[in-house]
Design a protein around this ligand. Structure first.
Ligand SMILES: Nc1ncnc2c1ncn2[C@@H]1O[C@H](COP(=O)(O)OP(=O)(O)OP(=O)(O)O)[C@@H](O)[C@H]1O
Length: 251
């Protein structure tokens, strides 16, 4: 008898189109992400990765079908669902004029945390992410790598069960990349589901166990990474990616 694993995300027959933009749309898209998985969503520029993450987090609303996060329908202004996930967007989402501590105070309170919990999580995260020395300095003057780490801390302050990460290591040095990936692996070991996009495919190979390739709003391959590589007779995610999506440059 097949065992049904609990789902973190269940996208069923989902349809979406940006008003006035006919280039990329989703039609009858189905995608299941199991709880506790490290899931990677990959595709060329403009494939629809950020759009799909925006739909899965309720920032955009699907025109058709359903998107369920841990069994709850997203996009219904449901503040309880919002507490279940964290979002680390590609574009920085913090207040540049505030310090890391002030940003975490603000976003922690916004997530419904009380003051002692915010303080405890702030101390913990700033230490783990190597930002303790600059905890009270204005974020505006930080390097790109430091800003990425602040962005990550904000997305995880409320210990979400599912974390969406849209290119969380873009523009960072090797040390910061390792710090971020190691921390994500730690979170996953304690049961957190990761939904990650990146163009750093060698990094992704180390992080993701399940992957989906998306192009033109369609999922063109999805499975366990090792199985996909074996099935497509490819040695790396990058060669498989080129093989399946072609070499044409996208806009
Ligand atoms: N607000 C918007 N209104 C209309 N079209 C949009 C909007 N945002 C994105 N698009 C279009 O939707 C398509 C998919 O964009 P999306 O940002 O989801 O792709 P992506 O896979 O994340 O790309 P990248 O790898 O470059 O970040 C693109 O054609 C883009 O121009």
């Amino acid at each position: 008898m097949a065992v049904t694993l609990p789902l973190a995300l269940d996208v069923e027959h989902m349809g979406f189109r940006y008003p006035g933009n006919s280039e990329v749309s989703f039609s009858n898209l189905n995608l299941k992400i199991t709880k506790g998985e490290r899931f990677g969503l990959f595709g060329p520029n403009g494939a629809g990765k950020t759009t799909l993450i925006s739909l899965m987090t309720g920032l955009l609303t699907a025109d058709e079908g359903h998107i369920k996060l841990l069994g709850h329908e997203v996009g219904k202004q449901n503040s309880e669902v919002n507490k279940l996930f964290g979002f680390v967007p590609q574009d920085f989402s913090f207040y540049q004029e505030l310090s890391p501590v002030e940003n975490l105070e603000f976003f922690g309170a916004w997530s419904g945390l009380d003051k002692p919990t915010i303080k405890q999580r702030t101390d913990e995260l700033l230490t783990i992410l190597g930002l303790d020395d600059v905890r009270n300095k204005q974020v505006e003057r930080f390097s790109g790598g430091m800003k990425r780490r602040v962005n990550l801390a904000i997305g995880v302050i409320h210990k979400p069960q599912v974390i969406f990460l849209d290119e969380p290591t873009v523009g960072v040095d090797v040390q910061t990349r390792h710090a971020i990936i190691d921390y994500l692996m730690e979170l996953n070991k304690s049961g957190t589901t990761l939904v990650y996009t990146s163009h750093q495919l060698s990094e992704a190979e180390g992080l993701c166990e399940q992957v989906a390739l998306i192009d033109g709003g369609k999922i063109i391959a999805q499975d366990n990474l090792d199985k996909l590589l074996k099935d497509h007779k490819q040695e790396s995610l990058e060669t498989m990616f080129l093989n399946l999506t072609g070499k044409d440059i996208r806009n």
